[in-house]
Write a protein that binds this ligand. Structure first.
Ligand code: ADP
Ligand code: MG
Length: 333
C-alpha cells in the first residue's frame, strides 16, 4: 500500500493511539490543534508543531523572505489560539540548502522576530542543518492556558451553533491568483496578502475560551470542509452549514466572478484562512455575538448547526441540500 492511498490522516491514525498508555493524567497527545501538557494544578502548556517545505507550502520568489519568516511562526501561533492559549515560547529548526543567500535568511529571521515581538513570544531554541536542495522550516509553539479554559475539538454538542471569526476563502483566492499569475491590482494584492500574512487569532481565542457557552474550537488551516469534520469526528456529532451565511469578502466574490472561480468552493475547501471555528451553545449565541462585536469590532459569524448523528456536513444552499465531501487540503492524496 502506498501513502497516497491513505493520505496524511490515514497514516496518523495508524499510530495515533499507540502512545495512549504512556500519557499521564489529563494530558492530551495526538488529535487536537495542540498537545496539552501539565504545568501545575490549574494550568497547562499547549504545544504545536508544523513543518513547511519549499515548493509544497511556499515557493521562494512568490512570498518574500520576511513574510515567510512571519508566516512560519503565525501558523503555529494559530494552533495555540485554537486551544484558547496565551502564546509563550517558540523553537525554530531549519534545513537549509548551502547556496542560500544569507540576506534571504536575515530577512526571514527579521519577519520571524517581528511576529515574535507582536505577540511577546521569544524564540527559545531550535536546530540548523544542511538540506540537499529545498528549504525546510519547522516551528514549535508553546502556549499557556488555565485548564478550565482549554477548548478541544471533542467538545461540540448537538444543538450548538457553528461560528467563525472571519471571512473564509480569501487566502485560497490569493493562492489561486499567485499560481494563475493573475495580473496584479489592489484587489488581487489584498487576497495575496491574506495568503502571505495570516493573523493568528490569539486574542479572540483566549476571549472565546473564557466564555462558558463556547464549546469546541479549532483553527481553519486546511479548509472548513475538512476542518469541521475533525470537530465532528472528535465529538461524535453531525452538522449542517448554511451556504449563504458563510462570510466571503466582496473582493473575493468580485475576483471570482472575473476569473471564473467558484468562491463558495474556495470558502468551503480552500485552506489557510487561520480563522477560528467554534461551536456555541445556542442559548448563549446572541449574547456572545454581541460581546464579541463589542470586544473586537467585528462580527462572529454563525454559519450552521451541530446535529445528532454520524459525522457529516450537509450544506443548505437555498432550497437545495447536499452532503459535503471532505475536499480540504490533505497531503499525499
Ligand atoms: P493542525 O492542522 O492543527 O496543525 P494537523 O491536522 O496537522 O493539525 O495534525 C492533526 C494531529 O496529528 C495533531 O494533533 C498533530 O500533532 C498530529 N500529528 C501530525 N503528524 C504527526 C506525526 N508525524 N507524529 C505525531 N503526531 C502527528
Ligand atoms: Mg490547527
Amino acid at each position: 500500500m502506498k501513502l497516497k492511498e491513505i493520505g496524511e490522516f490515514g497514516f496518523i491514525n495508524r499510530f495515533a493511539n499507540t502512545f495512549d498508555g504512556l500519557i499521564k493524567g489529563d494530558e492530551l497527545g495526538i488529535g487536537d490543534d495542540c498537545a496539552v501538557l501539565t504545568l501545575n494544578e490549574t494550568e497547562s502548556y499547549v504545544a504545536s508543531t508544523d513543518l513547511l517545505v519549499e515548493d509544497i507550502h511556499f515557493v521562494k520568489g512568490k512570498i518574500s523572505a520576511r513574510e515567510l519568516g512571519a508566516k512560519s511562526l503565525a501558523v503555529n501561533l494559530s494552533d495555540v489560539a485554537a486551544m484558547g492559549g496565551d502564546a509563550r515560547f517558540s523553537f525554530l529548526s531549519l534545513g537549509i540548502p548551502p547556496n542560500t543567500d544569507v540576506e534571504f535568511l536575515d530577512e526571514f529571521m527579521a519577519g520571524y522576530s517581528e511576529m515574535s515581538e507582536k505577540y511577546g513570544v521569544p524564540l527559545m531554541g531550535g536546530d540548523t542543518t544542511k538540506s540537499p536542495d529545498k528549504l525546510l522550516i519547522n516551528v514549535v509553539a508553546i502556549g499557556q492556558c488555565k485548564k478550565e479554559d482549554i477548548r478541544l475539538r471533542s467538545m461540540a454538542k448537538p444543538g450548538d451553533v457553528i461560528c467563525v471569526t472571519g471571512m473564509l476563502g480569501d487566502s485560497a483566492g490569493g493562492l489561486k491568483a499567485i499560481l494563475g499569475n493573475i495580473e496584479l491590482s489592489d484587489d488581487v494584492n489584498y487576497l495575496i496578502n491574506k495568503h502571505h500574512q495570516p493573523v493568528p487569532r490569539l486574542e479572540e481565542g483566549q476571549w472565546l475560551a473564557r466564555q462558558a457557552g463556547v464549546h469546541a474550537m479549532m483553527d481553519i488551516s486546511d479548509g472548513i470542509s475538512s476542518d469541521l469534520m475533525h470537530i465532528l469526528k472528535a465529538s461524535g456529532v453531525a452538522s449542517s452549514l448554511n451556504l449563504s451565511s458563510i462570510p466571503s469578502s466582496d473582493i473575493l466574490k468580485q475576483l471570482a466572478d472575473e476569473n471564473d472561480w467558484n468562491y463558495s468552493d474556495l470558502a468551503l475547501s480552500g485552506g489557510e484562512d487561520y480563522e477560528l471555528l467554534i461551536t456555541v451553545k445556542a442559548d448563549d449565541l446572541e449574547c456572545i455575538q454581541a460581546e464579541f462585536q463589542r470586544e473586537f469590532s467585528k462580527p462572529l459569524y454563525a454559519i450552521g448547526e451541530v446535529l445528532e448523528g454520524a459525522p457529516s456536513v450537509s450544506v443548505q444552499d437555498g432550497e437545495q441540500m447536499s452532503v459535503l465531501h471532505n475536499e480540504g487540503f490533505n497531503h499525499f492524496m
